[in-house]
Design a protein around this ligand. Structure first.
Ligand code: NCC
Length: 498
């Protein structure tokens, strides 16, 4: 005869058993929840933009990448960024998912707002890899980003970048000097067109540019036009209104940059493009007499690809003003000669600009000069920006963005006025062309190469036409060769002979 459990005892056993089962399930759920949260946190904190993007399906917003359906303003604020001094942290520096990559235009002056996040990520098909069979979509994407690298779509066409960068992309082997906004993918085309429609600085359009009837100059004619019509000037203490300001005679240099520095025989201009990664160009770059770099582009940790010499660093006013760049305290800026610039209204005089700068360039300049009184530090005269802008517009077949040229072209022309020969690296992308924006940051966007706010596409057309080196040099080394202005013979006969 079997042993019988009394009814009440049996209820107790099954109650206990049920409670234990619930507790077990609860513990499993809690563990799974904690692991998920920890994983999410680790992924976002460690990998920033691409992974956060993968998880939440949004891309970090940048000025270089406004929404396609609205002309936009960058909203600054939100969570405080975790800044890594590029000079102190070799290796790729992750972007900050909380903040857009900073922009070269003050938000104070625009009224538009960012629209909803782009549909780009949403449009991407769900990944179909190993993880997708085991986990829900967001985790699958995060894990794929972590283990497989960037999502397939971002580099292989779904993002549109392969239209430009892939083997059959319109970028071809080397830059085509007739690139136009119509050749861009839809997203970038709309962004560029939005900027082309804006006129924040009150540009007065004149000259033959903007139509296909304009005369197409030879490289030599273009070079001579630049030499004659663009003057690289910097502010000096005797310029109005500075001569009347108490701080200016103490802090502004008494002489022009071009009289204090050079002349140099050979110079290198190192763009910040992602295609410098794994270029091995560092040694070659360092052989030049003078090397110019931009904004917060570091050398430490990237010497093999970009070299270690920095003679001049050209920085935009946004870098000086934004907290992210720690301009006043970072060691990145404290060696070599600094040259700063700020977009000024097209027709303003120095006094008007002084009172309406895009970013507080003069406050920061004064602070920096007091902290580093020995370091040479110049400010570009805004006339230079717009003279150069006019040269680009006059030589293009379509209206260009009415915003100043990028630091890249400003720096190239600056070096052409101080050097006999200038090599520009990865401004025209080599065979390493990539949507990676900067060699020192993990952020991908074709807008960095083709421009959005800056008329970068057209700047590159101009540089391609003036290049005196070979297409092979561009393809293999991303290297353009330009003559210095002093080495050019621009008499009418000399130009015609060519
Ligand atoms: O990106 P940036 O330029 O600092 O790069 C310096 C110059 O290198 C050339 N470049 C860069 C990347 C790339 N993929 N291809 C390139 O040809 C360009 O000529 C570029 O000028 C600037 O011009 O000052 C700019 O500054 C940044 C940003 O303000 C600074 O990097 C500080 O963070 C601007 N980015 C944004 O506003 C989002 C960029 O548009 C222009």
């Amino acid at each position: 005869m079997g042993y019988k459990i009394p009814g009440a005892a049996m209820d107790r056993v099954s109650l206990l058993w049920r409670l234990r089962r619930r507790a077990r399930r609860g513990a499993i759920c809690m563990t799974f929840f904690c692991i998920s949260m920890a994983l999410l946190y680790a992924l976002c904190a460690e990998n920033s933009v691409p992974v956060t993007d993968a998880i939440f399906g949004v891309r970090a917003r940048t000025r270089a990448q406004p929404r396609t359906h609205s002309v936009v303003k960058v909203l600054r604020g939100g969570a405080k960024s975790i800044y890594a001094d590029p000079q102190k942290h070799p290796g790729i520096i992750a972007g900050d998912p909380h903040r857009p990559i900073p922009v070269l235009s003050s938000p104070n002056h625009t009224n538009e707002d960012w629209a909803s996040p782009p549909k780009r990520a949403a449009k991407m098909k769900e990944s179909s890899g190993f993880f997708s069979h085991l986990l829900p979509g967001p985790f699958t994407r995060a894990l794929e980003t972590l283990f497989v690298g960037r999502r397939k779509g971002e580099l292989s066409g779904k993002s549109g970048d392969s239209e430009f960068f892939g083997s059959k992309g319109i970028l071809g082997d080397v830059w085509n000097d007739e690139m136009s906004s119509s050749m861009l993918g839809n997203r970038l085309k709309k962004v560029v067109q939005n900027y082309q429609a804006m006129n924040k600085y009150g540009v007065k359009v004149s000259g033959p540019g903007g139509s296909s009837n304009r005369p197409k100059l030879s490289g030599r004619e273009l070079l001579c036009q630049l030499k004659e019509k663009v003057a690289v000037t910097t502010l000096t203490s005797d310029h109005e209104p500075f001569s009347a300001l108490a701080w200016a005679p103490l802090l502004l240099p008494p002489q022009q940059l071009t009289s204090d520095l050079g002349p140099y025989k050979s110079c290198a201009v190192v763009s910040s493009a992602g295609s410098l990664r794994n270029s091995g160009l560092g040694k070659e770059i360092d052989t030049h007499d003078a090397v110019l770099r931009f904004n917060s582009a570091p050398t430490s940790g990237f010497e093999k690809d970009v070299g270690s010499k920095t003679t001049i660093r050209l920085i935009n006013s946004q870098v000086m003003a934004s907290d992210d760049h720690r301009f006043l305290s970072s060691s990145l800026y404290s060696s070599g000669v600094l040259v700063a610039w700020d977009p000024a209204p097209f027709s303003s005089n120095l006094s008007q600009w002084y009172n309406h700068t895009d970013y507080p360039i003069f406050n920061q300049y004064q602070r920096y000069r007091r902290l580093h009184p020995q370091q040479p530090f110049y400010i570009l005269h805004p006339r230079f920006e717009w003279q150069l802008w006019q040269r680009i517009q006059d030589n293009m077949a379509e209206p260009i963005q009415k915003n100043p040229p990028s630091s890249g072209l400003l720096g190239t022309i600056l070096m052409m006025s101080m050097c006999e020969m200038v090599h520009v690296y990865e401004f025209l992308p080599s065979r390493r062309k990539t949507p990676l924006c900067h060699y020192y940051q993990r952020f991908y966007d074709a807008a960095c190469t083709f421009g959005a706010y800056h008329p970068l596409l057209y700047e590159k057309n101009l540089v391609k036409r003036m290049n005196q080196g070979s297409d092979r040099d561009i393809y293999n080394h991303g290297r353009v060769t330009l003559p210095g202005f002093s080495a050019m013979n621009c008499t009418a006969e000399a130009v015609q002979e060519h």
